[in-house]
Each structure stands twice: as C-alpha cells, then as structure tokens.
Design a protein around this ligand. Sequence first.
Ligand SMILES: *Cc1c(COP(=O)(O)O)cnc(C)c1O
Length: 399
Amino acid sequence: MKETKEQIVQKDRDSYIPVFARYDIVLDHGDGMYVYDTDGRKYIDYLGGIAVNVLGHNHPALVKAVAEQAGRMIHCSNLYYTQAQADAAGKLVKRSGLGKVFFGNSGAEANEGAIKLARKYAWRKDPEKIQIIVANHSFHGRTLATLTATGQPKYHEGFGPLPAGFEYVDFGDYDAIEARMSDKTCAVMLETIQGEGGVHVPPADYYRKIRALCDRYDACLILDEIQCGMGRTGHFFAYEQFGIKPDIVTLAKGLAGGVPIGAFIASDKVAAAFQAGDHGSTFGGNPLACAAANVVLDTVSRPEFLAQVARVGAYLRQKLESLQQQYPSLITEVRGAGLMLGMQLTKPGRDIVNACLEQGAIINCTAGDVLRFVPPLIAEEKDVDELIAIMEKVLPAFA
Ligand SMILES: *Cc1c(COP(=O)(O)O)cnc(C)c1O
C-alpha cells in the first residue's frame, strides 16, 4: 500500500539513526535533470545526489545496461574474472595514464584502500615512513582512517583513538607542506579541488610543486577526485588542468552514475606494493556496478560531453556572478570549476536552500555558508536559466 508523506517520514524517524539533517520531502522518482516527490511535485536537481547522478536520473543507456546485467548476473565473487570489471578497469587505466585499478563500493573505501596502498609502499622502504600530510577543511570519508584524513575536528570528536601519522596543513599553502615533508613522509593526500569544505581551488602551480616534492622524498601523491573527478570540471580528471599526474587517484560518487562503486587507480610502481591477500572486497566492482560504470565512462569520456560540461559550467558561473553583483552584501565570491561551483555567503545558507526547495529547485549548502552546485553533467543552458529564475525569486528576501 502506498503511504502518505507523513507516514513515510514518521516511520523513518522511528527507525533510522538520525545522522542526516534531512529536508522535509520524500522523493519518488527522477527524469533527466528533475526529481519528483511523493506528492508529484517537480524539482530541478542542482545537487545530483551530491555529484553522483552525472548522467541525470533514469538515463536510458544506464537503465538498460543495469537491467540487462541484473538479468544476466548481479554478483559473483572477486575470486573470478568478469568482462564488465575488466572493461571498467581497462577504461580507467587508459584514461588516467596510471597502471592498475582496485574497486570498492564507496568513496571512503576507495580512500581507505589508497591510504593502505601508500602505507604498504612506504613500509617496504622504511617501517617508520608513515606520515600522511592532509589538508584542513578536507573531506575523505567516514571510516576511521578517512575520518582522520578529513581535516575537520568536528568529525573526529568522540571517535578516538584515531589512526596515527596524519598531519594537517592549510589547503593551497605549498610552503606548509614543504615545511613538514621529510624522509618519514609516506603520502600527501588532497582533494584536487575541495568539495565539502566549501569548494576551494588551489593556486595554479600548487600541484606541480607538490609533485616535485613528493618525487624528491619518494612519497605518494594521493588525489581524492571522488567529487571533482568523472568530468565534473570539464576535464575527465581535475588534475589534468594542473599538468601533473598523481601516484594514486580515487573515484566514487559519479563513477557508476548512482550504483555504489569506488575505485583507486595507482601507478604500476606503487600498485606493485600490493600482493595477493593484501586487500580485498566482497562486493567491490561487481558486474552490476561495473556494467553501470562502463556506460558512464563511455559517455563522460567523449570530448563533446566534456566540452559541454565546461561550456555550461562557465555559463552557470557567469549567471551566479551576476547574482553576486546584484546582492553584494549577501554573496561575496563565486568559485570552482566546470559544474562544481560554490557561492560564498555572508550568512548561513540553509534557509536559502529551503526557500529554493519550496520554489522547485534542489540546491545544497556546505560548510555552513557556501551554496554548492554539483548538478548532473547533462545540464544545459536552459536548465541554468531555470535555476537562476528560481534564485532570483528567492534571494531578495535574504539580501
Ligand atoms: C563524498 C566524498 C567522499 C566519501 O565518499 P562516500 O561514498 O560517502 O564514502 C570522499 N571524498 C570526497 C572528496 C567526497 O566528496
């Protein structure tokens, strides 16, 4: 029996651990750039499941691939080969120019695996080479190691003892990394562009300098592209625009367009630190998830697709900047790349998010006072116009 919104909300409140501050709607289905709630209300989706639904909702080729694979075989153990997994691995290796892939089920797992791999690589040289330099305001996940890598003390409180060896520096400050670097440094781990922390882009020469420093100390450069990768910036990997390659890059969120998956990709030299038995996953990269990933990888890799992300992203940025000019006391900066944009406010953003929701637009607020726009990568100019029209209605009440 179909329940009312109130019944569903009540049942969830009675049963689900309340770790999410949820908005007061029950979503039912989606179509392209839109999602629909149980009352049939339509919302344009500028969150995309937090940078997950890169092909939008119910993309025909993605639905078909998942349905076909579910009818053939949803899962088999990683003790066996499957074509879906071999295809997805091959595509990621080719695209990244790195050497080998491992699949897990989430972003946290991808980062956890990357940390383990970097530690094992360093351990073979020196068991005390354990230091991992990470950034303040970063976000890397909720497992104990990735939580520790996350440079936000509010997420650490109450979960100690935390794994040892992590050190925090300000994002974008190369000198701070250089000052902490030593023979005991195992890795520098950064989001190429910070997402959850408020959409922060580092200086243009940041990664070239870090790359050289990591080479000098034989430390791994781990780039977390779980949010900023998969074409989001208009480049397949965000690191491409900085002219470097990491030793390990992690992906998740958009990789299979909404089917749970995570991956880390490493250079052959670093990947060789893992032998049979050193790491594993029951579900990771199963045929269902990889069938979905193959469709997303084929679609997002196309130069026309990436060019559209760059073009529509620039258009959205320009529209957000004109809002900034209109409301300078509310909006102080627009930043980001491609379809990963943040709008810095002078006050908390949650009420603006709620007001947009009432007007039929899903947006997000992160770091308290940054509106974050990470829509499906299929967004077009007309979808930008629709969002901006709603924001123009909503913002005057907050300026
Ligand atoms: C979302 C996110 C993660 C964590 O991914 P989960 O799938 O929630 O574990 C890690 N790093 C970044 C940059 C993210 O945006």
